[in-house]
Design a protein around this ligand. Structure first.
Ligand SMILES: [Zn+2]
Length: 352
């Protein structure tokens, strides 16, 4: 039995570590290294693995098997010493999202009785599926407000282990079936969750928690949210969009919605007007074509769209009997309203 000191649990803020290599071996095209101690969190509990480097060689993956943490590297390591450097922005991001999720799930549970059925921590966004078929906008805002109030309250996050006999000591939000010791992450006095992830030390370190949308999902509701730096970056992006739109339309941010609604209404009216004028124009052109010649009517209209050419042909055939051929650059539109197919092949050959 190998004992590995999991420093990501005992000191989740540790970014560098010098330790010893216990073993390494090749598996497929990567090298799996086991270290005496590690700061690299392996994939688990809904949280993706850490990245970073060991002796300057980049980590591809970190996973745990039978209690042993394996570090997958592109190249083998030399010697016995390992100098580890953690990709700290990635880890801090994961801790902010994961702790934020615990808090969000706790408020949904305590205030509305909604259970969190699953948690996704992705590159772009995080989501939880909660046990309600729908979520009103008012409730969503109320939850978000409460969550951020707890963030600003700077409550400590505590981690400890409970034996099966000690479980009754705390009101667990989710009780697993496992009959083993449980690692508990507590938002002090507010939430007690079995969890194997890494977490911030206090709710204020989660930063802003923003619910960006919610939608129905398999009889539940999927709630998308961003925490900490992700929320800040998202705010920056949205600020830029609002600023650019405001500059474009020359209106202040708060008038954007009303102005856009007006612009869309105006656009629809203009499109309607354009359609009416196009119909009138086609009729006039058709009258002129019919007045100047006889079937087969042939004309070149290189700038027209296929739809416009079809409309024109239709207008001509409303006024005359015969065949219409309209050339649009390389393409031909052909229409007729009599059973005079005898010469159509010949006509196309001539005009093609
Ligand atoms: Zn967790």
């Amino acid at each position: 039995m190998i004992f590995i000191l999991k420093r990501y649990y005992s000191d989740p803020w540790l970014r560098n570590l010098d330790t010893k290599i216990l073993s390494q071996h090749q598996e497929d095209d990567r090298h799996l290294v086991v270290l005496e101690e590690t700061i690299f969190y392996p994939t688990g509990g809904g949280q993706p693995h850490d990245l970073g480097s060991v002796n300057g060689v980049s980590l591809i993956d970190v996973f745990e098997k039978d209690g042993v943490v394996f570090h997958a590297l592109e190249h083998p390591l030399q010697g016995d010493d390992a100098s580890c450097v953690l990709d700290w922005p990635r880890r801090l991001d994961h801790m902010q999202q994961h702790s934020g999720q615990h808090l969000l799930s706790a408020v949904f549970h305590d205030d509305y009785g909604y259970r969190t059925e699953s948690f996704h921590l992705g590159e772009e966004y995080c989501s939880i599926d909660i046990s309600t078929p729908s979520l009103s906008n008012e409730d969503q805002i109320a939850v978000e407000t409460k969550v951020n109030t707890v963030v600003f309250s700077n409550l400590p996050l505590l981690t400890y282990t409970l034996s099966p006999g000690e479980r009754g000591k705390v009101p667990l939000r989710k009780i697993p079936n496992l009959d083993a010791d449980l690692r508990i992450v507590e938002i002090q006095g507010l939430d007690y969750s079995p969890c194997s992830g890494t977490h911030v030390s206090s709710t204020s370190q989660i930063g802003l928690v923003k619910i960006i949308k919610s939608e129905k999902y398999k009889g539940m509701t999927r709630v998308y949210f961003l925490c900490g730096d992700r929320a800040l970056r998202d705010y920056g992006r949205k600020q830029e969009v609002c600023h650019n739109l405001g500059s474009l339309l020359s209106v202040p941010e708060e008038a954007l919605h009303e102005r856009m609604a007006l612009e869309l209404e105006r656009k629809q009216e203009l499109e309607k007007k354009i359609l009416e004028l196009t119909n009138e124009l086609m009729d006039l052109r058709a009258q002129s074509i019919v007045a100047q010649g006889a079937s087969p009517f042939y004309l070149e209209s290189p700038n027209a769209t296929i739809e416009e050419a079809r409309q024109l042909a239709h207008s001509v055939l409303n006024l005359a009997t015969g065949t219409v051929i309209i050339r649009l650059g390389e393409r031909l539109v052909l229409a007729h309203n009599q059973a005079d197919t005898l010469h159509l092949g010949q006509l196309i050959k001539e005009k093609a």
